[in-house]
Design a protein around this ligand. Sequence first.
Ligand SMILES: Cc1ncc(COP(=O)(O)O)c(C=O)c1O
Length: 476
Amino acid sequence: MYFVTPYLAVGRRADAEDAENLAAHGIKSILSLCALVRPDGIARQLSMDIKDRAALPAEFIGEAMGFLNAQIQAGRKVLVHCEMGISRSASIAVGYLHGFHGMPLEQALAKVREANPMADPHPLLLESMRNYFYRPAEAVDLSGNENPLGPSTLAVAAINGAVARLHRYPDKDASALRDKLAARLGVAVEQIILGNGSCELIDHLARACLSPGDEAIIPLPSFPVYRSATRAAGGTVVPVPMPEGAYCVEGILEKITPHTRLVMIGSPNNPTGTILGETELQQLVDGLPEQVWLLVDEAYRDYVDAAEIADAMAWVAKGKNVIVMRSFSKAYGLAGLRIGYGIAPAWIARAIDRLRQNYNTNSMAQLAAAAALDDAAHLARTRANNASELQRVQRRLSEMGASYIPSRANFVLVQAESDIAERLDRAGIKVKDMARFGAPEYFRVSIGLPEENTRFLDEFENILQESREISQPVFA
Ligand SMILES: Cc1ncc(COP(=O)(O)O)c(C=O)c1O
């Protein structure tokens, strides 16, 4: 018999039948993989008659592992043996080392072979061990552009401290949060509007601005809510292409008609990740007739350096019909609470705010948002993870020959066959199919934690490789 650990030996039937030998080695328990009468001096025995060179059933493995562990935990030395050789007992020892010592299966096998170089579990036996221990990796969700670091701990603490007051209605005007935002942004409180997510504000903006027959100019591809809000308000969507994902201000201005009332721009844009530069915004604002409102949706602004992105707030300050919208769902990690805000000239803010219900933002969301604004460290970590990982993801996409639009946000728009999102999903990686966004040949992948991004990249590379192999001509 051969000791794999001080408490676990593997051997043959002859070893188990030799009572003196067992006593000499201090063996107190036996796991028999064949029919065997209990030898003298053995306190406990588990006998299982299992055919040689056949896959081991999961129930058997479970019972064997449980027996081994219980005996060893009780301080008894155990022998695992079988009829013919040590092939089955070795595979059980491998399973034990893996299951209870956390050793990778290959390493466990090496350790068993080290105890006895003849130990050579049949591949079928090892396969049954692999199947028994296999746990599908947890799915990675890179479809929602959420914050992979989670919420700010200050926000969580603020909520925890207030749960006892859940029976009270929230402050319908969210005064504390609006005051805080106004002070930070250097605007009047009347210019701040709060929504149940910025989605609600986009909806109310469209309703405040558009009447049936009015037109909203919307670059494509873009966030689908711009179009759904326009249609819900009775407006007409006027799409403008974004060549190679970039904004074309001339293209937008060319679409203006006497019916135009609204232009909706995301900066960074979802899903292209492109931003509007200072000169482009100036050109756009200068070119818009007075009756047209301009939405600059900055849900992803926190991922971009302020020096690089157009300062849309400056146009609000100048009294132009510009509405800036921001969200706590992305860099602040509060997507589940639904809270976002907008900044606009006071008369526009009033027109939008009139459309909301009294308690549109809940008390937890108000508190968490106010606390998250103070969590500079969480924001810095979020930005740092995104900056380095965005660069790494894009670099590897380039290396594998994938086409994508260089992004400034926390996601990347990648060109691929239309079934790729589904294939990634089957491999446990959720990405966003882009058909609804107006880009059917693409998917969007959010930037996650480093290990999540690596899983996506490896899986995507495998799929690309497979597709390339399949598209090779079969006959030269
Ligand atoms: C461009 C853009 N604007 C607004 C939103 C909505 O954010 P919220 O969660 O605040 O409603 C999203 C969410 O994905 C978005 O991508």
